[in-house]
Design a protein. Structure first.
Length: 131
């Protein structure tokens, strides 16, 4: 269970901590061991701030503020997470977490999210190195 943070309207309605149930899929640890500490901090931020549908609505500037990672390195770390297929760009400044690794939402919607994720632009290794 991952605590939902930063939703002041929702949190003000309830006095107990709120949690988002998240399913962690097979293979996630194979990817995690490839990440450096800053990439893990970014992924942690994305997972802790994921919304229903596996979308993190925080912009890179929000991630910089929360993680303390400098903006000059943020793009490099985001590119690496995309290269490892952990996240994909959903819309401008928004990211979708790969539902094969982390999943937030109802199990009935998981096939839909997988299909949606597969349609998003994938970063190839050569593309990531060129950036």
């Amino acid at each position: 269970l991952v605590p939902l943070l930063g939703n002041t309207v929702y949190n003000s309605l309830m006095s107990k901590p709120h949690y988002l149930m998240m399913q962690v899929e097979h293979g996630v640890f194979d990817v995690l061991v490839q990440l450096n500490p800053n990439e893990i901090r970014i992924l942690k931020h994305l997972v802790e701030n994921v919304h229903y549908g596996n979308i993190c609505y925080d912009r890179q500037v929000d991630i910089v503020e929360t993680t303390g990672i400098g903006p000059s390195h943020m793009s490099q770390y985001i590119s690496r997470l995309r290269q490892l297929n952990v996240i994909r760009k959903y819309r401008r400044s928004l990211f979708m977490i790969n539902p094969e690794y982390f999943f937030a939402g109802s199990l009935d919607e998981k096939p839909k999210l997988r299909a949606m994720y597969s349609k998003l632009d994938k970063v190839e290794v050569d593309d990531a190195e060129a950036n």
